[in-house]
Design a protein around this ligand. Structure first.
Ligand code: CA
Ligand code: CA
Ligand code: CA
Length: 281
């Protein structure tokens, strides 16, 4: 695979075209801690890969749009999407979502020339909260939980979409198709001036209409969650029970009439009894 990528990269460089990589790969960790869908980047997002806009176009390119990224997490219930878009020109209203992030998903990686399956969907979220349906399963717009928050120089989109594919059972190792694109109307005149997107496959660049153009994302395990401190309501009745010290059961003087081995055995038994008593509590 690396060789293939290298060859493609060299070809792209030689022809001086915009580099379009072959199948890309990234991972999405399991959301052992669910992110809160509120437009605030939760700590748990730091475990997820960032997919930056690696291919871009438009008339007003700047490094801000290149720095924009998306991340994914998953669990049995659905897909969690994070988009961070650097944009200093946020309009008051944006009915056509020209300042927005587009997420492109194929849950079953259908590799089709269209978005035809239930699990093939697209979600567009503008910095102002507007949403514009374009292709795929439109039900996601009814079932998703979304939030967008604007900060100084950037905005954050968070979305949760329950799985749309009947009987879908994601697990570690599951792969889905995914791409993300970022759009900016830099002068707020209602037309898009620049865009970027993550990557596409080598069979098609048309990620906006063909699921076969979507690179793969592999699901991986989520971060280990530290065990919580034992709750205070655990039964601790041992505190008011006399403690039996195993050592105390052993005689401090050696009986002259008893066999030393028997005494030792008795001591061991007593010690064992002490331990048992302790354990019962
Ligand atoms: Ca959040
Ligand atoms: Ca803008
Ligand atoms: Ca414009």
């Amino acid at each position: 695979m690396k060789k293939r990528l290298l060859v493609l990269a060299l070809c792209a460089a030689a022809s001086m075209t915009v580099s379009v990589a072959a199948e890309a790969s990234a991972t999405a960790p399991k959301a052992n801690v669910k992110p809160k869908i509120d437009g605030v980047i939760d700590e748990v997002w730091s475990n997820a890969d960032r997919m930056y806009g690696e291919v871009y176009g438009g008339d007003l390119l700047n490094d801000k749009i290149v720095a924009s990224y998306a991340s994914l997490m998953w669990d049995e219930e659905g897909l969690y999407l994070l988009g961070v878009m650097y944009d200093t020109t946020i309009p008051k209203a944006d009915a056509d979502a020209r300042n927005s992030i587009d997420f492109w998903v194929s849950e079953t990686y259908s590799e089709d020339v269209e978005y035809a399956e239930d699990g093939d969907w697209h979600y567009c979220k503008a910095s102002t909260g507007e949403e514009v349906y374009y292709t795929g399963n439109e039900t996601v717009y009814e079932e998703a939980t979304t939030a967008v928050a604007v900060y100084d120089g950037y905005y954050v989109v968070e979305i949760f979409v329950p799985w749309q594919t009947a009987g879908f059972a994601p697990a570690i190792g599951t792969e889905i198709g995914f791409n993300v694109s970022f759009n900016d109307d830099a002068d707020c005149d209602g037309t898009r001036d620049m865009y970027s997107y993550w990557q596409v496959t080598d069979v098609s660049e048309a990620y906006w209409e063909q699921t076969r153009a979507l690179p793969r994302i592999a699901f991986v395990a989520g971060p280990e969650i530290p065990a919580e401190t034992p709750a205070q309501d655990v039964d601790v009745t041992v505190t008011d029970t006399p403690v039996v010290e195993p050592e105390a059961a052993a005689p401090v003087t050696t009986p002259v009439t008893a066999d030393a081995g028997i005494v030792a055995a008795a001591a061991v038994m007593a010690a064992a009894a002490g331990i048992v008593l302790s354990k019962k509590h």
